[in-house]
Design a protein around this ligand. Sequence first.
Ligand code: MG
Length: 451
Amino acid sequence: MRIGGAGKLFGTDGVRGIANDEITVEMATNLGRVIATLRDGTLAVGMDARLSSPMLKSAVIAGITSAGCDVVDLGLLPTPALQYYVKCNKDIAGGVVVTASHNPREYNGIKFIQSDGREFTRSMDEESERMYMSKSYRIVSWDKVGKVYREDCRRMYIQGILDKVNLDLISEKKFKVVLDCGNGAGCVTSPELLRKLGCRCVSINAHPDGTFPCRNPEPVKENVEFLMKCVKNVGADLGVAHDGDADRATFVDERGEFVGEDVMLALMAKYYVEKNGGGIVVTPVSSSKCVEDVVREAGGEVVYTAVGSPVVAETMLKLKAVFGGEGNGGLVFPEHLLARDGAMSIAKVLELLAEEGKKLSELVADIPKYVTLKAKVLCRDKIKLLEGLKQTFPDADFTDGAKVEYEDGWILIRPSGTEPIARIMAESKSEKRAKELLEMGMEVVKKILSE
Ligand code: MG
């Protein structure tokens, strides 16, 4: 099995793979039985807009009910909408989302949610995997099979976001926003959210369509060029793009320029630290130094974690962080939900624009500029790589792979959790230095693996 790499079922983001090949109906049914056995209460189930999602959602529901638990079927919705529903309903023991997030159209996946709305932690995923592999999940007799209810939580989710922003101030500004849901799950909530925020919303790729006819679901710069053009052409204040399950949002400024995900993370982190008069911001070791720079200047502190949103959320909870997020457009607002939330990101960015009374490009100009470069090297022996890194860089930070700090930059070398590669990142204010660091990192990896 390729999912998660190294024969493991659960990767950094639940179970992922090609639908009907790696992620089968049988697997989905048994995973439904696993979470029902572990959580033993009513479970919420939802899905993204992929072609295989109704099939896999039905299979998950079959599994859960066959293990004797009831299901609230929430249908098509963003992942954070389900997480918010689970968090707010004390009688719901957990949830399952059928989604492959930003992956290409042939993929699908299954993600487990805790009763407080957070994703399962790594150790919970491992426990689930052990139960799945040993088939020790429960199957009940005919008279104990669970029931299925239907509910629509989309309005409740939208209201939950509206309650946490300065609605009057945002509405007053009558922002014009171009929204690109990428034909994903955000189509069913984000247009309405923008309308309720008093914005004039121009939507593109706004019908749910699992063939993803217009763009790849990952909202990175190269996939949202049409959005960038639209923002410029209609004279909008802001452009927003979601990934397939709308837990992420990326932004385009009023000039039609894509704003780097790390820059947006820094901007929001600064906003939260200033509002709270200090506090902790949690982000993975792979995030740009610009986040730490602005958080420090605002009187806050950055705490770094390994890569992956569950560990960010877990650390935020432990440290009572004021804000957190990843450098991929996944922002976490703890007063709302300890998970990435794309719609909440839109509302908070609009609140920031309204409060500051500045254009997004002006706010972005205040964030320190870094050059961040990435490379991959084939790596089939992760243990050898990690041991070699410990010998080469004994003083490095080993939170996730090895992060080596220099006066004028840093490099991060870490084995991928899902593919047989080593990822290398280098960052510096100077492009020349960033290139030097990246090349040095690649050389080190090659040398360790060839020894
Ligand atoms: Mg996602």
